[in-house]
Every structure is written in C-alpha cells, then in structure tokens.
Write a protein that binds this ligand. Structure first.
Ligand SMILES: *Cc1c(COP(=O)(O)O)cnc(C)c1O
Ligand code: SF4
Length: 334
C-alpha cells in the first residue's frame, strides 16, 4: 500500500536506469536527431573520448539541425584530432595539485574532492577527456584517505564534491561521506558541483533530497548549463526540489564558440536560470585542453559579451567571466 502510493506520487522515473540507457553510439545519436548523413564526418575512435549523452538531453536537441547548440556539446568532431599549439592534456595543473587521494587543495578554505570518475554526459570541451581519474578517486577506500586529509587541515571550511560528477554516486555512498564529515567541526559547508540536475534531473529524487535536507551543513549546489535550451520544465522541477532541501543553487557555464558565444543566448540563459531559482556564477573561458581549440572564444569577444550582458541584465544575472590559471590562488577575473 505504502509502496504503491509513493510510486504513484513520485515525479521522476529511476535515474539509474536513465543513466544506463544513455546514448553511447554516435551513429544512434545522429539517427535520433535526423542527421544520419553526418556519420562520414565522425572522427576515428570518437577522438579518444567516448560519446555519452542521456536520452532526455537528446530530446532537447533540434531535429535535423547540425548546428544545434546541445548536439555540438556532445558530438565527436574531426576538429578534435587537430593538434593545436598551447592546447595540452593537463591545462590547469590538476595533476600537480592532487595529493594522491583525490583531494585538490588549490584555494584557501576550500578543498575539492574528485569524488567520481565518470559523468552522466561527456562534454567534448572538458578537461576530463585526459584526466587519469581511475587513480584519483576520493570515494575509494570508503573515503578514508580523503577524510584523513580533510581532518588534518582545519583551515578547510568548505568541502566541494566534484569529479567527474559526484551525483553519479549512490545516495548511500554520499551519506557514508557526510556521516564521516560530522567528525570534522571545521567543515561548515558542503558544495556539490554537478551537471546531473540539468542533464539527468531524475537524479534529484526523494532519497537524494532527504539526504540533502538532513545535512547539518550549509549546502551549495553548482549546476552546469551552457545554453537556455538545456533548461526544461523537468530541470526547473529538480531545482525546486534542491531549493526545498535547503540548497543555494548557482550555475557555471563554459563559453563555447558556436554554442553560447552571443549576448542574446547568454542573456536568455541567465533569465531562464533565475526563473528556476538559480543564480549565474561563473562564465569560464575554456581551459586550453588538447582537442578543444575549435570551441575557443577570443578574450576580446568574451569581454564584449559580458559588457553586453551588463547593459541588458540586472547585475545579479551577469556571470563572472573567469579563467583558471595554473598556480593562481583563485579563478582569475578577465
Ligand atoms: C574551481 C575550484 C574551486 C572552487 O573555486 P570557487 O572560486 O570557490 O568556486 C576549488 N578548488 C579547486 C581545486 C578548483 O579548481
Ligand atoms: S566534468 Fe562536467 S563538463 Fe566535464 S564531462 Fe563531466 S559533466 Fe561534462
């Protein structure tokens, strides 16, 4: 009886199933969006980074449009195989900052944990395409080494679960971690960096929200959307649930040529985010990662875009344009 009621009132289907059923074959993706003829332009071997995209995200792409801004974020391109000087494997120095247990401590007061080795979606522009994650997982050994590292440094007030994507971990695995965090009184905030509320909103289910609401910590969720077409009603519902669980929600985007490099698109993104209770946080200049040069937007154009946003939006809807520079003590404003 109780089971039957909770099933009928549950707004979302099972997220694990949706994750398992993600599209991984470029030919299938092209067929789904009516572009089978583009198959001859696919790079050999997916250019070294597998295609992965949830079906719910594919459904938001425009049928028959090879320039669709959501398709461009996930479809392997021949341009990825070009070697462009200055575009390297470890563009932001993450390998140097990892202390061996998946903890990256680059900035004052904040430690970032590489909590998971995979994501629900593989974004072509991502630094993750070359990061040797298998060796750097904070969640391995029941989080023990990462927790030991956090307990030794009482300057850490905020713990960031990032990845990969921490929300591909089970809610139980997240609970194991936050249960142990209770023993570290210096940690006051938990931040989650995740693209799942946008690309797989089913993930924000009852069990997850129950976990998040019960945490004796302040909660921040930084989602990642690059284009207003990513923000459907389901995404809005997932954000409402996150807010209901006490989270402040921020968004980070990456500035991507051909995807969101015009002021109208970025303004619409900010407006739609705010309609879902999400504030724009960072607009990142691309990390110069090998295979992503075709996405780069020149700094002069990036600055002009943010100026244009300032002209048309309230200040709180203008994201901060930043770049990550190896060895710097924060993300650098442009
Ligand atoms: C980006 C990043 C953070 C978070 O920086 P904020 O400016 O606080 O958002 C923290 N640690 C590492 C290693 C990062 O790369
Ligand atoms: S880390 Fe974020 S940007 Fe990179 S592939 Fe995963 S979801 Fe995409």
């Amino acid at each position: 009886m109780i089971t039957a009621i909770s099933q009928t009132t549950h707004p979302f289907p099972d997220w694990r199933q949706a994750l398992r059923e993600a599209v991984t074959d470029p030919h299938e993706l092209l067929a789904l969006v009516g572009l089978a003829e583009l198959a001859e332009r696919l790079p050999p071997g997916d250019a070294g980074f597998a295609l992965k995209v949830p079906r719910g995200f594919v459904a938001r792409m425009r049928y028959g449009d090879p320039a669709d801004p959501l398709l461009l974020q996930v479809l392997p391109q021949l341009a990825e195989c070009e070697d462009v000087p200055g575009f390297v494997d470890d563009a932001v120095g993450d390998l140097g900052a990892v202390a061996g247990h998946g903890v990256l401590h680059k900035y004052e007061g904040r430690a970032l944990l590489i909590a998971a080795g995979s994501c629900a979606i593989n974004c072509r522009y991502c630094f993750r395409r070359h990061f040797p994650y298998a060796e750097e997982l904070a969640a391995s050994h029941a989080w023990g080494e990462a927790l030991a590292c956090l307990s030794q440094d009482t300057s850490i007030r905020e713990v960031i679960l990032s990845g990969g994507d921490p929300l591909v971990l089970s809610t139980q695995k997240l609970t194991d971690f936050t249960d142990a965090l209770h023993d570290l009184p210096h940690v006051q905030r938990l931040r989650l960096h995740s693209r799942l509320p946008v690309v797989l909103p089913e993930r924000i289910d009852d069990a997850f929200c129950a976990w998040l609401s019960a945490l004796p910590l302040q909660r921040v969720v930084v989602v990642h959307a690059n284009h207003p077409n990513e923000l459907t009603a389901d995404v809005g519902a997932a954000c409402a649930r996150l807010r209901g669980a006490g989270a402040t929600i921020l968004n980070q985007s990456v500035l991507l040529r051909g995807v969101n490099d015009d002021a109208a698109t970025l303004a619409e993104l900010s407006e739609r985010l705010f309609a879902s209770g999400v504030l724009p946080y960072y607009l990142h200049q691309l990390d110069r990662v090998r295979g992503t040069a075709h996405f780069e937007v020149p700094d002069t154009h990036a600055r002009a875009l943010v100026e244009a946003l300032r002209d048309r939006l309230p200040g709180y809807l203008v994201p901060r344009l930043v770049r990550e520079i190896r060895g710097e003590r924060s993300k650098l404003p442009l």
